[in-house]
Design a binder for this molecule. Sequence first.
Ligand SMILES: [Zn+2]
Length: 447
Amino acid sequence: MWKNLPKCINCGESYQVPQLTCPKCKGLISVPPISGPSSNDIRLSSMWSLHAFLPNFSKPISLVEGNTPLLPITNIEYYRNLSLKLEFRNPTGSFRDRACSLIVSDAVQKKTNKVIGASTGSFSISLAAYAAKAKLNSVNVVPQNLELSKIEQIKVYGGSVVEKGESIEEAINHSLLMKKNRETYYVSPENNLLTIEGQKTIGLELALQKDKLDSILVPRGSGSLIYSIYRGFEDAISSGWVDKYPKIYAISLEKTKVAHLAESLEVKKVFLLDEVKKIIKNTKGEEIEIDAESMLDEALELAKYEGLFIEPASASVLVAAKSLIKEKKITAESSVAILSGSGLNTLNVYAARLRGKKKVVWGLSENSTTKFEILNLIAGKKADYGYSIWLSLGKNQSLQSIYQHLTELEEKGLIVPSETEVKRKHYELTNKGLETLDNMRNLIDFL
Ligand SMILES: [Zn+2]
């Protein structure tokens, strides 16, 4: 199926199976650069227009992925004219669709009936969708406490979800225990070479889409996206489409700031770290660390002023672009920022920010959510009178409305005054209040 047989870059051994790590020496396995047709002969309509660079499959599984547009920023002053590569326009809202199209095509070719995947979410959503198209069962292992909007999307596509471990590494370890069955195609974005070969089409498309391209800004994560884009340029150079690599900027989060805003950027072990370092050095790029909190604001600005709704992790490249343009290290006109995923995949994070809540409980009205938060505060002895509750809830609503909620909770017999000072009424939960809180906690997972 390969155009060029994959080879270990360390010991030189060739392989047919699409694995990423050499079983002999643990080196990285890579497809040697492919010389394809002239750029004039390519008419882009999907990633598969680049089939000359992709493995052959008897029955390719496609939802029309790739060929994502480049759109320049027009309204935000800081980075006006910066081109954005809209990877969230892919079928399930992320660049992972390019990978899963190849992976599921391979699973079909190998006559498996089930795929098992482990990831931080976007990859699993994509895997579930492509498995649905191919009529395969999919099982997706994800870390616990993953975004509800990601989990629900996996289920919508008919995929089953197994929540295991605190981090992606733990989820992967668990999924490895499940892969014993021969009928099963096991995949994580970090163990399958087809991930890289699918995602490299971003690099090939960029070589066709942008004439003067000096710099690309890419979220780092495990390094897979950066390495893939570089692989795309290897093929583009080998085919004579362009004569040099653009500078590649790898954007990651400051180490101390793990904010659970962007699971995909919060990897403990950077699988392709050595490769990323080499690429940055080869292309004269740079590694940039940004503050996680600023991503959400940046993403909201982009939605408000440019009409583009992306996930917080994707906004990391915009935060970096701002400083790189300011320091005159890049020019907006000749740079591209990769927007890797859709805001719809992290809807809860945005809903919580817009409503001033720690966590949004879907299905509960905003008033009921506040009452639930108040019961939690009183039960946990964190605050037990109006003013202190108002402070604990972050002053996001009027003090008056907090008193109103307390009155209503008292009328329903869920709380009673424990002691009354001259101007201050302290509360405690009644048995009915404790029972209600317990029931609510059983129904929903609350931090
Ligand atoms: Zn090797």
